[in-house]
Design a protein around this ligand. Structure first.
Ligand code: FEO
Length: 407
């Protein structure tokens, strides 16, 4: 079944909704599925397809294009003149070879870096490309595409495409959300707040957060554009662009919240006792706590919690002299995501010794955090351990007050 809708006159959404996908990169949970949005822009003289879809859904894209009755472009039968590749990752570029087979006169329009990547990843011949500089434009007749280089959202070759006359910004991954929905646009404020905000934040946390500084530069870069619609290549389009732009400004800013994230695991209950005591100690002192048991975690939720928090406190028992492997996994992930955390600490227990704390903190070189005195006990926690946890909670409260006052 094909599925296409008009975004604005002569601009169609022709991509695919993937209701069933539950994992991206064999790593990132997709509880709400996703979509691979592609857009067809018909100018008075030329037609451009903006992005394609994941190779698993090429058939849907091809059917949607067939229904547009474009012809193949041969012997004056119309067709697609340009395929704009905003990003080389295969969930947007994977159908390019088939699209170029069907529309042999189409040229791929992308940044020079994207050309290199598409050549390596999809073996697209060099003569198929038109590379564009930052700010360059391409006329479709009565519509003009402007290309805005936006590196590192989240690969080095990425760009955005701005359709001047219609004030539509096609952003590919940037500002998108992993959300399978039948809504072409975010339908209303209630859905925006309840559903799309969380899906977009999850997407930002998992994909964009490591590039926070360049995200801010790219947000600045599009500040001057008059934008009516933001059309990403995952999730619904935004006809209230400020909703997602303001959310990104907040997430990518340096401001942190009075929040502590506690990812932990416990084998025989000692670490859990400590974590529970510590959680209450923080709550009593007015701190928001987000606790994550790592035995069956949704790492997307953990990533989301790390977007705003000022502090992470990792809880681990000692396994074979080091941290539990599931703690290692979470620590590696937090390190890779580079959240704007300011403080970190470790709590946990051991049976006969080990180097759990050094090994956990050694996994976090990317985090620009001040390490606060860890609390690690032999066996089950007693009064001394609980007093030490109270002291750690006090220290966190005072550190948070200091930084939150200064902001
Ligand atoms: Fe949706 Fe970076 O691909």
């Amino acid at each position: 079944m094909s599925f296409q809708r008009e975004l604005k006159p002569s601009i169609y959404s022709v991509g695919a909704v993937d209701w069933d996908r539950r994992l991206f990169d064999e790593l990132i949970p997709l509880p709400d599925g996703t979509s691979y949005n592609a857009y067809l822009v018909k100018g008075s003289e030329k037609t451009a397809l903006i992005d394609t879809v994941d190779p698993t859904m090429t058939e849907v894209l091809v059917r949607n294009l067939e229904e547009q009755e474009l012809g193949t472009g041969e012997l004056g039968t119309g067709g697609i003149n340009y395929v704009v590749a905003n990003h080389a990752e295969q969930d947007h570029s994977g159908s390019l070879p088939q699209v170029l087979d069907i529309y042999p006169n189409a040229k791929v329009v992308c940044t020079p870096k994207c050309k290199d990547l598409l050549t390596d990843l999809l073996l697209i011949p060099g003569d198929k490309f038109i590379t564009v500089a930052d700010g360059e434009t391409l006329s479709l007749g009565d519509k003009t595409l402007e290309f805005i280089h936006a590196p590192w959202v989240h690969w080095p070759e990425t760009m955005l495409t701005y359709l001047r006359e219609d004030r539509v910004l096609f952003t590919c991954d940037f500002l998108g959300s992993h959300l399978a929905t039948s809504d072409l646009f975010v339908p209303d404020e209630a859905t925006a707040t309840a559903t799309v905000y969380e899906a977009a934040k999850r997407y930002y946390a998992e994909i964009m957060m490591p590039f926070r500084t360049t995200i801010r530069k790219n947000l600045q870069k599009i500040n001057a554009l008059a934008i009516e619609i933001i059309a990403p290549s995952h999730g619904p389009a935004y006809n209230n662009p400020n909703f997602i732009l303001n959310a990104y400004r907040d997430w990518a800013s340096d401001e942190v919240k009075n929040e502590v994230v506690i990812p932990f695991i416990s084998m025989h209950g000692s670490t859990k006792k400590m974590v529970n005591y510590f959680t209450e100690a923080l709550i009593e002192r007015g701190v928001t706590v987000k606790q994550f048991n790592l035995s069956e975690p949704d790492i997307g939720k953990l990533a989301m919690a790390l977007v705003d928090a000022a502090t992470v406190v990792i809880g681990s028992p000692t396994v074979l002299v080091g941290p539990h492997p599931k703690v290692v996994y979470a620590a590696c992930l937090a390190n890779a995501l580079r959240p704007k955390l300011r403080f970190a600490s470790v709590v946990g227990s051991y049976g006969w010794g080990g180097r759990m704390v050094e090994q956990v903190t050694g996994l976090l070189p990317n985090l620009k955090v001040e390490l606060l005195e860890p609390v690690v006990v032999k066996g089950v926690p007693g009064e001394e351990a609980f007093n030490a946890l109270d002291r750690l909670a006090e220290e966190i409260v005072s550190k948070h007050k200091e930084i939150l006052k200064g902001e």
